[in-house]
Ligand binder design. Sequence first.
Ligand code: FAD
Ligand code: 2HG
Ligand code: ZN
Length: 471
Amino acid sequence: MQGPIEQFSAILGKQYVLIEDQDKAPYLTDWRKRFTGKALAVLLPKSTEEVASIVKLCSANNIGIVPQGGHTGFCGGATPDNSGKQVILNLKRMNQIYEIDSANQTITLEAGCILQAVQEKAAAQDFLFPLSLGAEGSCMIGGNLATNAGGTNVLRYGNTRDLCLGLEVVTAQGEIWNGMKGLRKDNTGYDLRDLFIGSEGTLGIITAAVMKLYPLPSSQWTTLVATDNIASTIALLNLFQKRATALLTGFEMMTQESLALNEKHFPQMANPLKGNPPYTVLIELSDHESEEHVRKLLERILEEAFEAKLISDAVIASNLSQANAFWHMREHITLAQAEEGANLKHDITIPLSFLDRFIRETDALMRQQFPGIRIINFGHLGDGNLHYNIAPPLGSDPKAFNLAHEKAIHDLVYGQVERCQGSISAEHGVGQLKLDDLRAHKGEVAHELMKTLKRALDPQNILNPRKVVSI
Ligand code: FAD
Ligand code: 2HG
Ligand code: ZN
């Protein structure tokens, strides 16, 4: 009688079943280095049929499966537990782009495709695949779908969910659901696609997808502006929404404290706006009209914003490399935080009408209760999505500080989120990091419904156990 490792090898080939410690190591720790687990094996399938056979085998042997893409998630969702009994199913070998359908404006691909490769493939055929995030060089479409990733283009094009038309999923029983239709309308009962998107590997394993494409914009202008407070930043957003409408593709906010941290670790990324303004906002317009047309529109809106005293300074990127430099500055805040050491992340959404109150009240409570802490607040303001991150006081040991205060800080922030009718997870998901917070904040009825779904689709609890919901 063969053991599971031999049976995995029979399905995948021995070289795609990693069992040696040094081979498994790169798959066991998450990007933030917050979670490290153990695994019976790391499995590297090449096809949906192999995934299905693996799931059947795991089901027969009651082996927990942790699906994994680029392992860039922030909530420990793709990291196994410490039992050493779970397997990691990494989909990186399933990286074929099957087809770009120009008439239907869709791309059909396997779940292990790296996001950046998908963007590049689309651009080569004059299409835009609009999902864009700092981890795009390593995260994979399957991971993006499983976390319903957001990023910097949501304002115009929506989350990953909004970009997906069809899915192929291997169920917890090892069956293959083929939902690979590229339809923009399909009201045939329950939406199974939407059930799997954002389920973080707990309901099924996404193996392929049909995603939307858009015409590649022909002109793009990027600007950095200085604002004094959140109220004027929101008024500025509303002005852009009114004047630029669908041309507005990015509206990102960075506080003075966030950019100071950036500059400490990446001095070459100094803010081009003078005088370290309280808020720096990165705005992008893109269009299918001429460069000149968009530039004029941008200038007109900025003039109006100056006159209304919503902004005190502005720099328009004069070429692509300067625009990229603005974006790099924005995207490096996460890396600067990682350089600085362990920090506490809060990926939250607040309705824009409550955002000003949320920030004023929460900043004040935070500074009063935890003197010296640094509030690294930045994010996709156009979506009401803040990355309200907390770095320990300068000179203190981050690990010791977090150990002592993590729960109190999370409770403070999430309590405020609840008072302001927001969400404790905007785009990063729940994973293992927010399992207890979700239970506390989702609402009892919603949480029970989630558990009912999990029990119905995965009664054996083999798909990513103890992530998102615990049954
Ligand atoms: P992984 O981390 O491997 O997995 C994430 C979750 O999905 C896990 O629960 C895993 O089990 C599950 N999973 C993975 N693949 C599958 C599959 N095929 N089927 C079923 N379940 C699966 N996120 C944003 O939303 N917006 C941002 O702007 C953003 N910026 C980032 C910037 C940086 C520098 C980094 C490091 C991360 C950032 N992220 C952001 C978080 C992360 O990149 C996204 O959550 C991304 O979608 C995860 O993709 P992945 O392939 O790395 O997934
Ligand atoms: C971003 O918007 C990412 O850059 C990362 O979602 C946020 O570091 C973070 O907390
Ligand atoms: Zn983000």
